[in-house]
Design a binder for this molecule. Sequence first.
Ligand SMILES: *[C@@H]1O[C@H](CO)[C@@H](O)[C@H](O)[C@H]1NC(C)=O
Ligand SMILES: *[C@@H]1O[C@H](CO)[C@@H](O)[C@H](O)[C@H]1NC(C)=O
Ligand SMILES: *[C@@H]1O[C@H](CO)[C@@H](O)[C@H](O)[C@H]1NC(C)=O
Ligand SMILES: *[C@@H]1O[C@H](CO)[C@@H](O)[C@H](O)[C@H]1NC(C)=O
Ligand SMILES: *[C@@H]1O[C@H](CO)[C@@H](O)[C@H](O)[C@H]1NC(C)=O
Ligand SMILES: *[C@@H]1O[C@H](CO)[C@@H](O)[C@H](O)[C@H]1NC(C)=O
Ligand SMILES: *[C@@H]1O[C@H](CO)[C@@H](O)[C@H](O)[C@H]1NC(C)=O
Ligand SMILES: *[C@@H]1O[C@H](CO)[C@@H](O)[C@H](O)[C@H]1NC(C)=O
Ligand SMILES: *[C@@H]1O[C@H](CO)[C@@H](O)[C@H](O)[C@H]1NC(C)=O
Ligand SMILES: *[C@@H]1O[C@H](CO)[C@@H](O)[C@H](O)[C@H]1NC(C)=O
Length: 851
Amino acid sequence: MTVRGAVLLSSYYALLTIPVVATNWSVDSLKYVNPLIGTTGGPKPGDSGGMVASVAPPFASVRWVVQTQNSFVSKTPFNYSEEYIDHGIVYGFMGTRQPAIWMGESGWVGIVPGMMKDSGGKIKAKFEDRMLTRVPGTEVFGVGMYNVELDIPDAEGSRVSVDMTATSRVGHFRFVFDSANSSSEHLPYIYLPTTRPATIFHTPDTFVTTFPNGTVEIHPSNSAFEICGSNEEMLDWIIAPTSIQEAASNFKGWYCARFDTESSNASIGHGIVQGDQQMEGATNGHGEQLGAYVLFGFPSSNSKLTVHVRIATSLISADQARVNLDQEIGDALATNIAATKAKTEAEWAEKVGRFNIVTGEGSDAQDIKTIFLTGVFHAMQYPYEVHEPRNGSADDHHYYSAYDNNIHVGNSYSGYSIWDTYRAEWALQLLLAPERIPGMIRSMLQDNDEGGRLPMWKNIIETNIMVGTHADSLLAEAVLKGFGPAVKSPTGEVESEATFTEEELRRMWATAWKDASTPPLNDTSTVYSDREEGVDYEARAANDIHSESVSRTLDYAYDDYALAVLSSLLPESITSSVASVPNVSQFLKERAFTNPWTVWNSDASAISSIDGGEIRGFVQARNASGEWADVTSGFTEGDRWVYSFALLHDIPGVIEHRGGNASFVRSLEEFFDGGWIDFTNEPAHHTPYLYALAGAPSYTQERVREMARMNYHNTPNGLTGNEDCGQMSAWYIFSALGFYPVNPVSAEYVVGSPFFSSLSVHLPVPPFVPRVPPHPSLTSSNKFYDAMTDSYVLRVVATDAETKPYVKGLTVNGRSVSEPVIRHEDIRYGGLLEFDMSDTPESWGGGRGAW
Ligand SMILES: *[C@@H]1O[C@H](CO)[C@@H](O)[C@H](O)[C@H]1NC(C)=O
Ligand SMILES: *[C@@H]1O[C@H](CO)[C@@H](O)[C@H](O)[C@H]1NC(C)=O
Ligand SMILES: *[C@@H]1O[C@H](CO)[C@@H](O)[C@H](O)[C@H]1NC(C)=O
Ligand SMILES: *[C@@H]1O[C@H](CO)[C@@H](O)[C@H](O)[C@H]1NC(C)=O
Ligand SMILES: *[C@@H]1O[C@H](CO)[C@@H](O)[C@H](O)[C@H]1NC(C)=O
Ligand SMILES: *[C@@H]1O[C@H](CO)[C@@H](O)[C@H](O)[C@H]1NC(C)=O
Ligand SMILES: *[C@@H]1O[C@H](CO)[C@@H](O)[C@H](O)[C@H]1NC(C)=O
Ligand SMILES: *[C@@H]1O[C@H](CO)[C@@H](O)[C@H](O)[C@H]1NC(C)=O
Ligand SMILES: *[C@@H]1O[C@H](CO)[C@@H](O)[C@H](O)[C@H]1NC(C)=O
Ligand SMILES: *[C@@H]1O[C@H](CO)[C@@H](O)[C@H](O)[C@H]1NC(C)=O
């Protein structure tokens, strides 16, 4: 069996000539994943998870779904709506690269089974004609397999049962057509829609239909029947920075589908459909509203026909799709759909199965466990692989770059929703997917090389969505936690091996410094409103003439702080190459702690709805003249309430400006109880933890539980906010562990209230940990190292946490901790957090405030 993480690690170990045993993580854990969580609701950021119940491995290039609705920006291809629950109308199956509900599709792939009346019949090619109806009770959603049985309309009771599974780049299907009427002349077909009318979204709310072009080629005489094709659909192209738009417009998504039936003569026809025209026997087509089909006959002795289809995808070429197909599901496995399912499940088990949860009493304990493990499933999907294997070896990749329309050697990822994910999702991935981090970071550096800037919201190309240059935070946090230059201990032992070469670190610093120092072109004449078209890269636009100026000011200040951290971790020879500033760390730190207060209005106030008292001091936008603007201007996805708490790197500063711990806590109470909290959006995510930083952790314990209870449910509409590439779930996972990275580049976590009586996670050993000679953490001197699974075991014991939310005491690796903060050092090589839980507020860490 193959566990992807183990494969990547083993190639790393191969360099060091140490063999590694692949662990088979518990597939049993996957029964606690509910793929339907967060798959309904509406398109507004606060309405739903915006997730699809998809089948594919972690970080997969393409995710496969049963298609229940047409998809475009604000509409996902799968929606477990009331309507779908009641009527089960299916439009086929789709391989999607839409990473979040508010982002566009790129190079989708489709496959639709159907039947036609005798061989002269019509393919139901148009979306609205493709309808199939789910047979009640036959639909099963899993992470490694989806099954359903569908009634085929107008075919005398015929049905098709569908099994769908997938590897990163290849969908694997088994269709079993069943003709209810043995004297029927209805014939099964499989249709591959290839181009469609595509809906482009222009702000504020204009939807325009365009007709992307594509190609299809049918190869009936290849050893297995093959159909290949491509489409040019990339819905977010219109918001790409102008300097890379031309390259992005050359984008193509390719597929190559290989068909296998039990008898080689089962295929009795094929053709191409274009618009209303069906061209039987045609083998080539190009243009809009295009698709191809293959027609089958039932074996004469049988009213059932089984067709296996492997449909490989590529962003490079049809030939590359074939390489992907041969590598991921070779011909020997063509009809072994169980093997593909097992492989994909094993890859999920390598993430989900690393957690072992023992729940105590508590009526909803099983639901909480399901929300948690489904969160792991959500948090390990993005960013997704764009690279594809070169034709020789599994570890040798190349990728298509829409930034320059070229093929480059290396690994590349897309689906970076960084304004969301820098908060906790990246911290989680650093712990749980360390094998991916070097590739993800190199991918960001390549984006800069090929496009001119680090990504903000990369969806194949940059889309300029949201604000801030939070890639700075991702880089700083990764280097801080070991993915950087070699680090030696004071006594000279290697603590961390170099993850990046000196040249890569130079590129890293140069691009990060560019974020901090080089405004985008025309920044003084560009507003950078949300999804603004026809503008170039939005980097750190100046503060006072752009949309969302307060959010920008605060976010850039945090990014300055992150870069100050990064600069302190990189060799001085690299950071001092910035000639104009004598001490770059000092320079950035000063900006980080000064700029936020330029938008702090100490005279602004609000009346508390709780006690009628005054809450004084809020962030507020300024006009270019320097005068305060109105209190509602200047924010992105939030208001002055939440953004006044948004100085992630300077919470002590906010506490001071709010008049000290007691009045800061009072203002937090008003924030939560006065109805200002909007937990469905990211700026609020860290706020429950802020009480703890003001010496009142028992409020944090309450609020964390309250937010978890109110915003996460084990139901299809169970997420109150959009998942946003894993950030929503990352909050839950950290919170359930009992700590949260309020300031991601501090290497500290603020302690909250763990959810389970006992939880352990077998953390993978990051690639920078020295193997030869073994780092002490890999020897028997580390009692948290598990050699059997080659992992660091982090255990969180909190007996009766299910019913007792308050913390009475905490020991970390045997040491009693009196402040509600733990350090990354405490857990990086595994560890033991022992919480003493209570059902009433306790004075630990300050309790409800010592004032
Ligand atoms: C993992 O599972 C495979 C296939 O079932 C088996 O061959 C292998 O021995 C197992 N490995 C371990 C370490 O248990
Ligand atoms: C799902 O369908 C419901 C009902 O039609 C609709 O209100 C909602 O916006 C849809 N959600 C998504 C994610 O498409
Ligand atoms: C079965 O198929 C034959 C030939 O198409 C048709 O005449 C007959 O009505 C069908 N029977 C049913 C029950 O649909
Ligand atoms: C599709 O191709 C035709 C012919 O080359 C061209 O006129 C049309 O603009 C293309 N459509 C799109 C959406 O690119
Ligand atoms: C294909 O060949 C098999 C074996 O010769 C025969 O039984 C079957 O009827 C054929 N199927 C079709 C659709 O012609
Ligand atoms: C392998 O890939 C390289 C580069 O993509 C190509 O030049 C070469 O012809 C390929 N070799 C084979 C055997 O397909
Ligand atoms: C900057 O503005 C000028 C004048 O409006 C325009 O011609 C140019 O294309 C803009 N450059 C960029 C990179 O947006
Ligand atoms: C730069 O400033 C930092 C404080 O931010 C200080 O710790 C460091 O020593 C200074 N470096 C040099 C070379 O002066
Ligand atoms: C700030 O600018 C806005 C928009 O131009 C204007 O309506 C408002 O009066 C200005 N406020 C002050 C205090 O100058
Ligand atoms: C506020 O609380 C923090 C955290 O407990 C503490 O370090 C700080 O000293 C307190 N400040 C005051 C003025 O008491």
